[in-house]
Design a protein around this ligand. Structure first.
Ligand SMILES: Cc1ncc(COP(=O)(O)O)c(C=O)c1O
Length: 411
């Protein structure tokens, strides 16, 4: 069964992804099963998407109910679920308005179009982003992304992007030109292996953007939606220093739909009319199914105090990983984390590893063998991005499998 599916992938599915040889069949809570019946503990969460785990009964129910009521509603019309979700998101940020789209890359597009339109009258269009950032795979997304590998072969890119070292305010200041219109950042760089912004950097950026009349665009696609213990990561990073700090726009996707594809951008009230009627649109954006699911997810996160759980389980995992690191300092070089965004910098000197694939991918493969899903990043990082409702028993099981895998590979 599994081989037959993989063969059909090879023949009929575009080869854009380096896929692991796993063929999944179903999931429940923190676990998924492959077509051969093998069970995996999912600490990867579908790259920070399955925020309530798999097949959550309340999500399945709300989807079924909404699908038998109204499955699609063109944005020519109004419906309750989209209004409710916009309000639900805005109340967690501040007065502003929400544009709905279908993915993280689309949310980046919205923010880039917002900045172009904002600066148009003055001829300003340049957006500064961070080195090693990731903002999606559309042409604007790869132009904005501060990594050469995603741009390779796609020239000419969209003009008007420059990249500066992350967490370096002087570098941003030096990169500003008369044409600069915005600064776009992830609060915690995800694809480059979990690197949080510092509080000083964020406060400095806000001040600099105010001084130069630049938009501060926040990519919360991976680090948002309570993964840090707060709705958006700037709230977690700034803590007591939050004050009235707010970006001018916040992009969301991934956990927002918990597995149902959706994206959104909150735009502060001050700039909410920059993208006026006819300037942007999406056939499916803010679809009734997506909104019903997203509203239910927010209700469950609040009801079950899952933001707090993200903090506690994050702490528990990091304490456990630190204990393993003490025994295996060559294999675990560094642990970077905030809530349930955990990046483990792994060593690559494992006798059975070959030099053709990054160590990150080989560690993740070894963890698959042990019965656990995690997500590689770059050359050497293994990410844990599990569901926000992970239990301590599940986290402990993951730590056990992780340690066993290290011991097996280094025996
Ligand atoms: C920070 C960030 N922005 C944007 C994206 C793109 O999201 P999507 O794959 O939904 O287009 C990602 C995806 O990993 C991301 O991590």
């Amino acid at each position: 069964m599994s081989q037959e599916i993989k063969d059909r992938f090879k023949q009929f599915v575009a080869p854009t992804y380096g896929r692991f040889p796993i063929t999944l069949d179903r999931g429940e809570g923190a676990y998924v099963w492959d077509t051969d019946g093998k069970r995996y503990l999912d600490l990867g969460g579908g790259i920070a998407v399955n925020c309530l785990g798999h097949a959550h009964p309340e999500i399945s129910q709300v989807l079924a109910e909404q699908s038998s009521r109204l499955m699609h509603c063109t944005n020519f019309y109004h419906f309750d679920g989209q209004a409710k979700l916009a309000e639900n998101l805005a109340k967690r940020l501040g007065q502003g308005r929400v544009f709905f789209c279908n993915s993280g890359a689309e949310s980046s597009e919205v923010m880039i179009k917002l900045s172009r339109r904002f600066g148009q009258a003055e001829g300003r269009f340049e957006v500064i982003t961070a080195e090693n950032s990731f903002h999606g795979r559309t042409m604007a997304g790869i132009s904005a992304t501060g990594q050469a590998k995603v741009k390779d072969g796609f020239a000419p890119l969209l003009p008007g992007f420059s990249h500066v070292p992350f967490n370096d305010l002087d570098a941003v200041r030096a990169a500003i030109t008369p044409a600069t219109v915005a600064m776009m950042i992830e609060g915690v760089q995800g694809e480059s292996g979990i690197r949080p912004a510092s509080a000083e950097y964020l406060l400095g950026l806000r001040e600099l953007c105010n001084e130069k009349n630049l938009l501060l665009l926040w990519d919360g696609v991976q680090c948002g939606h309570f993964r840090t213990g707060s709705f958006q990561s700037f709230q977690a990073i700034l803590g007591d220093q939050l004050g009235d700090f707010l970006p001018d726009a916040v992009g969301m996707a991934k956990s927002l739909g918990g597995g149902f594809p959706m994206g959104a951008v909150w735009i502060s009230e001050k700039h909410a009319d920059v993208l006026g009627p006819g300037t942007h649109g999406s056939t499916f954006g803010g679809n009734p199914l997506a909104c019903a699911v997203a509203n239910k997810i927010l209700e469950i996160i609040d009801r079950d105090a899952l933001a707090q759980n993200a903090i506690e389980m994050g702490r528990f995992l990091v304490e456990g990983l630190t204990a393993i690191q003490q025994k295996h300092p060559d294999e675990i070089r560094e642990i970077r984390s905030i809530g349930l965004l955990i990046g483990i910098e792994m060593g690559g000197e494992v006798p059975s590893f070959d030099d053709k694939k990054p160590a990150s991918v080989q560690w993740v493969s070894a963890l698959h063998e042990a019965g656990m899903l995690t997500i590689p990043a770059g050359q050497s990082v293994v990410r844990f991005l599990p569901a926000l409702n992970l239990t301590q028993a599940e986290a402990a099981e993951g730590l056990g499998l992780f340690e066993q895998t290290i011991e097996k590979l280094t025996a």
